[in-house]
Design a protein around this ligand. Structure first.
Ligand SMILES: Cc1ncc(COP(=O)(O)O)c(C=O)c1O
Length: 700
């Protein structure tokens, strides 16, 4: 698939069609509009289910004749108003202006791309003469609703079906729901005559006007039965050169009609293939409902495969990706027409058209789009939108030597993830933006666990506040920005329990973030982490990234910090009891009453939660990861004592402060996702102590 190219349009003139054309050329000397044109018109009327068809040289010419003829028949005055959609082809608007009428633009909708029906009625007034519907990219507009809006007012419906041949409304083909309709046979459309268009109507008078206007206004273009009466009416004018109205020369040739006759035989089959493709396309898109707006319609005759992305930045990125992969794209027709210099004076605020201008585009659909191309699209979309890690995904664990980082690395390795990216502090200083960018550019991680941070106990936070704020902000700024810049599919940022306000009610819910003051001792750290959360959310909003944030309860586990000054509750207890045991002491004195309750989470449980969230959580809202249970310090101490094997007493020094009496997370969000921790307190402490015994140098 090296030279894979999926163009917007391609030649649908077959060898068989060419054969018919060659045969025709070899057997005739009449190439200007004649019997083949007539024949094609008859066949088309039959296919379309209308009384009259008039073949012209383009859909645009058909539109111009349509407006001009209706203006004449219904005696519309210059300046009368025609309602048009803000997204359509430009030659639906130009003829209105060229005929001295005023186009009144109405916003569009995201379901069938026709008018925003809510607002359509507001634009109707006593000067409104017609509503010019476009059945856009194969979607039938809701003509029933439009008729309801018109009510009993004398407002004509014209239908542009140039991109939607064979689409239906309640089983009736579009183009049969108003006074007249137009079709295009330009080469990218459902069927082609290379260039060409058709006017269709059941109204005889309009039919006659179409015939006249197609060909200079000449009376001889009318059905033969009418000729005699005109000869009699204008005896002084040579009937062959009798002009009854203003006209154009929009005739087409016999060649094109021959192609039309060949192609129309295949039209129903072509439409079927297009619709089958659309169905498969929708099935793929449904997997990414969170990012895409989808639209379906039982009456569709698919013209193209449209994407509407909920985030405009992602739209640009996705469009870029498709182009790189050889899939050609274009705006929905040409986006919001009111942005065009030509239509500057009609400027108005049309939010849906504007949204589609920025958030939507389409790729081609026709009978050549089948398995291989749809398979490629599926893969490209999976690549771009798929946010679940695969065993071969490139996964960067920043901070892989930390408490959580180690657990994550072990877990991912155990589960068979093959492409884990890690860098030690010496190999990559995350505070250095250039180095971080170089790393992302070179390694192209797809998933990032941002666990790296400068952490420490109370003492370190008090001593090095500048480093805590600077290092952490630098690390997260560099990693988060590079993740966006280099197209990381998903990033998980770790917050910290200590960023919740000190005065938070218990249990602590996610929404308490930033509702009160930080704990003063670790305020710089908390400010940095909070900024990281804000940054993830802002990037998601602006760029459509998937940067999620987990806030873990206090952790413990293998590879924890057992430093005398800096260790947290469990590791501090383990160290104390271990040292007391080694020294054969009789008692261990602990600060406080032992009654305060603490929630502690085993690092390997958090690692599991992180992997779970990476694969299952997509919200910008932060999410607590806790144990769901809190234990009195006394109980935790008893468990540690037992596991370490210290045989002396525990003495609680109640003259020392207890700190907060409770600190516990509300983990409803996580529970609702179906995740809960597995490791019991005892098991977690046993595994941590086992690890320590193999790494006793950590106590020095
Ligand atoms: C909605 C619509 N109307 C009119 C036209 C004009 O048709 P043609 O290209 O045959 O002039 C097009 C062309 O693609 C179209 O998409």
């Amino acid at each position: 698939m090296e030279n894979f190219f999926w163009p917007l349009q391609e030649n649908i003139v077959t060898e068989e069609d060419k054969g018919e054309l060659i045969n025709f050329i070899n057997t005739t000397n009449r190439f200007t509009q004649f019997e083949k044109v007539k024949q094609f018109e008859e066949v088309y009327s039959k296919w379309q289910g209308c009384k009259y068809s008039v073949y012209v040289n383009s859909g645009s010419s058909a539109n111009l004749i349509l407006i001009n003829a209706l203006k004449e028949k219904y005696n519309w005055k210059d300046g009368d108003e025609i309602i048009v959609p803000a997204i359509t082809w430009i030659t639906n608007i130009s003829p209105v202006i060229q005929c001295g009428l005023k186009p009144v633009f109405v916003d569009v909708n995201f379901k069938d791309f026709s008018f925003d029906y809510e607002n359509l009625g507001k634009e109707i007034n006593e000067k409104t003469r017609a509503i010019f519907i476009t059945h856009l990219i194969g979607f039938p507009a809701d003509v029933k609703k439009i008729k309801e809006i018109i009510g009993n007012r004398d407002i004509k419906i014209m239908e542009d079906c140039c991109e939607s041949h064979g689409a239906t409304i309640e089983g009736i083909k579009i183009g049969n729901h108003g006074v007249a309709s137009t079709f295009s046979f330009y080469w990218g459309h459902h069927m082609t005559t290379v260039e060409g268009g058709m006017l269709c109507t059941d109204d005889e008078e309009l039919y006659h006007l179409f015939l006249l206007k197609r060909s200079h206004g000449l009376a001889r273009e009318l059905p033969k039965v009418l000729h005699e009466s005109y000869r009699k009416k204008y005896p002084e004018i040579d009937f062959e050169f009798l002009f009854l109205t203003d006209g154009y020369n929009f005739r087409n040739t016999e060649f094109n009609a021959v192609l039309g006759l060949a192609q129309i035989k295949k039209l129903d089959n072509y439409i079927q293939i297009r619709n089958d493709n659309y169905k498969k396309f929708l099935d793929i898109c449904k997997r990414y409902k969170e990012e895409l707006l989808l639209t379906d319609n039982p009456g569709i005759s698919s013209f193209s495969l449209p994407f509407i992305l909920k985030n405009s930045y992602r739209k640009k990125e996705f469009q870029k990706k498709l182009t790189e992969e050889g899939i050609q794209t274009r705006p929905i027709i040409s986006g919001n027409l009111l942005k065009q210099p030509f239509l500057e004076k009609y400027q108005k605020d049309l939010p849906n058209a504007e949204y589609l201008h920025h958030n939507a585009f389409y790729i081609g659909n026709n009978q050549f789009v089948k398995g291989e191309r749809l398979g490629k699209l599926e893969k490209v979309m999976e690549d771009f939108f798929g946010d679940k890690m695969h065993k071969s995904s490139r996964i960067y664990i920043s901070g892989h030597n930390g408490l959580l980082g180690t657990a994550l690395k072990n877990l991912l390795q155990k589960e068979g993830y093959e492409n884990l990216l890690t860098r030690t502090h010496e190999e990559l200083d995350l505070r250095n933006q250039n180095k971080v960018e170089e790393f992302f550019q070179k390694e192209k991680p797809e998933f990032v666990f941002l666990t790296a941070a400068k952490v420490g106990g109370i003492q370190a936070n008090i001593t090095y506040p500048a480093e805590f704020i600077y290092d952490n902000i630098q690390i997260q700024n560099n990693v988060i920005n590079a993740a966006w810049k280099y197209g990381v599919k998903k990033l998980l940022f770790l917050g910290s329990a200590c960023i919740y306000p000190t005065e938070s009610p218990q249990p602590i819910k996610e929404e308490y973030l930033m509702t009160g003051k930080f704990e003063p001792t670790n305020e710089p750290y908390a400010i940095a982490k909070t900024a990281g959360i804000g940054m993830c959310q802002a990037y998601n909003r602006q760029y459509g990234t998937k940067f999620i944030v987990a806030i873990p309860a206090n952790l413990f586990g293998p590879n924890d910090n057992f430093d005398k000054q800096n260790s947290h509750l469990v590791s501090a207890l383990i160290r104390k009891f271990h040292e007391a045991k080694m020294k054969g002491e009789e008692e261990v004195i602990l600060w406080g009453s032992g009654r305060p309750k603490r929630e502690i989470l085993f690092s390997e449980d958090l690692a599991e939660a992180c992997v779970f969230l990476m694969n299952n959580y997509n919200s910008s809202e932060v999410i607590n990861v806790g144990n769901g249970e809190d234990y009195p310090v006394r109980e935790i101490a008893e468990v540690v004592k037992e596991i370490v094997g210290f045989e002396g007493r525990i003495v609680f020094d109640s003259t020392k402060p207890d700190g907060m009496m409770q600190r516990k997370f509300d983990i409803t969000r996580m529970e609702n996702l179906g995740w809960g921790p597995k490791t019991s307190l005892k098991e977690g402490i046993r595994r941590t102590y086992d690890w320590l015994q193999n790494n006793l140098e950590r106590l020095s």
